[in-house]
Design a protein around this ligand. Structure first.
Ligand code: ZN
Length: 426
């Protein structure tokens, strides 16, 4: 097993001190040069951040940042907004958010920030046992969405062989994985299953290829046991989860315990916001709030990610003391639906549906029928499986869900973040 870095076994006190020193050291320059944060600090009544620097920990005094604020700022000051610490000439890369919610945000990185992204990928690869000897295949389109761009740069830094799967059909990607003897696959969990399906149609068994590890992002699938088991079986790999956000950075990774996602607390401060009380803690259930500590060209401080998590602290079997998001990201805070008084995240449905061997793609819709919310699920499977899936959803989640079976290949496939969940009025 690879030895852990000192930050991976920090005590609570060592972590807090290191994080605050790093943030506090940069705040004065930010207040001076970054118009967006200067305004926010003014509004929060913090006239001089040097007053905070002398405190033991002044994080809780800083204001939260929301996506709406960044988005409104960009709209008022096009094209990049005012969250810029340096003159515009200093920036070298432009990426944009995937547009899960609202219009895409343009995010800039200067050379130092991009180097930081590359460094952030090292603990992720290390935890998955990926090394310079590996050949990493990126089944990703390499468009403006940051996605696996930073993973590609990080893999180069690691010294691994980086294989791009951009501008290829799924069949071409399967052929490239086999021909190059790739050992590591990077893609969304949905797309891993799509690759296995396409391979089967070509008479290729990817479980017999050189692939040995897969790392997934974009959806929670790799932390959902049933989805992970299926990817591992169909591709012959050990599967790891990774979490990141365009505005924040590549912050999370699953370890050998694979029961959640650790946060790299050397480069990110994680807080859990109780949205009901407005109180932020360093563990528990709530909305994940992140501060990045090395992306000073366009930083985010106490950024409300909109992701609902359950953060636990304590020793992990992997030896790390880093906070862990148990079970990965449960879902977007606004994705939670309430069916007859029961709160459900779409990921809970996935955890059940994926356990059934004969299910291909699936869809979930929340429909409002005569003022009552009803959950409907469409699955690619034989008719008898639909009944069993409905039974499992009822017994495990306590809600009734109408499950309809359709023929294999009927539902659309996804390369990027899958959109399987919808809300409609009937
Ligand atoms: Zn661990």
């Amino acid at each position: 097993m690879t030895p852990l870095e000192p930050f991976e076994t920090w005590t609570r006190e060592a972590r807090r001190q290191a994080q605050w020193r790093r943030l506090a050291g940069r705040l004065p320059a930010l207040q001076l040069n970054n118009a967006f944060y200067r305004r926010k600090l003014d509004v929060a009544g913090i006239a001089d951040t040097r007053d905070l620097s002398v405190m033991e920990d002044g994080l809780h005094l800083l204001p939260f940042t929301t996506k709406t604020e960044l988005s409104d700022d960009a709209a008022a000051h096009p094209p990049f907004g005012t969250n810029l610490t340096y003159p515009i000439e200093k920036y070298v890369r432009l990426h944009q958010t995937s547009g899960t919610t609202g219009r895409p945000l343009r995010i800039l990185d200067d050379a130092e920030s991009w180097e930081w992204w590359r460094e952030c990928w090292q603990p992720i690869y290390r935890a998955a046992g990926v090394s310079a000897a590996d050949r990493i295949f990126f089944a990703f389109s390499f468009g403006p969405f940051v996605g696996f761009w930073s993973a590609f740069a990080g893999a180069e830094r690691l010294g691994a062989m980086c294989l791009t799967g951009g501008a290829m059909t799924t069949t071409e990607r399967v052929a490239a994985i086999v021909a190059t003897e790739a050992t590591v696959l990077m893609c969304t969990p949905t797309y891993a299953l799509r690759l296995a399906e396409a391979a089967r149609e070509e008479g290729i068994d990817l479980a017999r290829s050189a692939l040995r590890v897969s790392i997934h992002a974009g959806e929670p699938g790799a932390s959902i046991p049933a989805t992970r088991d299926r990817i591992e079986k169909e591709l012959g790999v050990v599967t790891f989860d990774h979490t990141g956000a365009t505005e924040v950075g590549a912050y999370g990774f699953s370890c050998s315990a694979r029961d959640g996602v650790h946060i790299n607390e050397s480069e990110f401060i994680a807080e859990i916001l109780d949205t009901a009380t407005g109180e932020a803690r360093d563990e528990g259930e709530g909305e994940l709030v992140l501060t990045n500590l090395g992306r000073w060209g366009m930083p985010v401080i106490r950024y409300r990610t909109g992701d609902r998590v359950n953060a636990v602290r304590g020793a992990c079997s992997c030896g790390r003391t880093l906070v862990k998001l148990a079970g990965g990201i449960a879902g977007r805070v606004d994705d939670m639906v309430t069916v007859r008084g029961v709160n459900v995240f779409p990921s809970a449905i996935e955890a059940i549906v994926r356990r059934f061997d004969h299910v291909g793609e699936y869809r979930v819709a929340l429909a409002r029928v005569r003022e009552m919310d009803e959950l409907r699920c469409t699955i690619e499977a034989p008719a008898d499986v639909a009944e069993r899936v409905a039974g499992a959803i009822h017994s495990e989640l306590g809600i009734r869900c109408a499950v309809e079976a359709v023929a294999p290949g009927t539902l659309p496939r996804f390369e990027m973040k899958a959109k399987r969940f919808s809300k409609t009025n009937v």
